[in-house]
Ligand binder design. Sequence first.
Ligand code: 5GP
Ligand code: ZN
Length: 113
Amino acid sequence: MNDCLFCKIVKKEIPSETVAETERALAFKDINPGAPTHVLVIPKEHIPSAQELDAAHGDLLGELFELMAKIASDAGLSRGHRLVTNVGPEAGQSVDHLHFHVLGGRPMSWPPG
Ligand code: 5GP
Ligand code: ZN
C-alpha cells in the first residue's frame, strides 16, 4: 500500500489545484505558498527524492524541466524565478516524493535559510 501524499494527488484521491499536466508529470499549486507563484512539479511515478535519480531518468527530467520553464513563462516570471528541490530532512524535505518548487513573483534572497 502506498501512503505517499503526492501519489494520492496524482491519483486524484486528494484534491489539488492543477496548473499543468503532461504524460509523466503533474504541476499543482503549493497549499502553503511561499511566494505569489508557488507551484510544485512532480513526476507521476514515485521517486523518493533527487538522491534516487540517475541517467535512466534523463528523459523524465527533461520533461519536468520543460514543464517548469513553461509554468514560469505562463506565470509571467520574466524577471526571474527559483527552482528548488529539497533532499532529505536536514534540507527540509517534508514529502518523500520528488518535487521541484517553482517560486516567483517577489525578490528572492540568497543563500536560502
Ligand atoms: P518540501 O518541504 O518537501 O520541500 O515541500 C513540500 C511542499 O508540499 C510544501 O511546500 C507544502 O506546503 C506542500 N504540501 C504539503 N501538503 C500538501 C498538499 O496536501 N497539497 C498541496 N498542494 N501541497 C502540499
Ligand atoms: Zn509518491
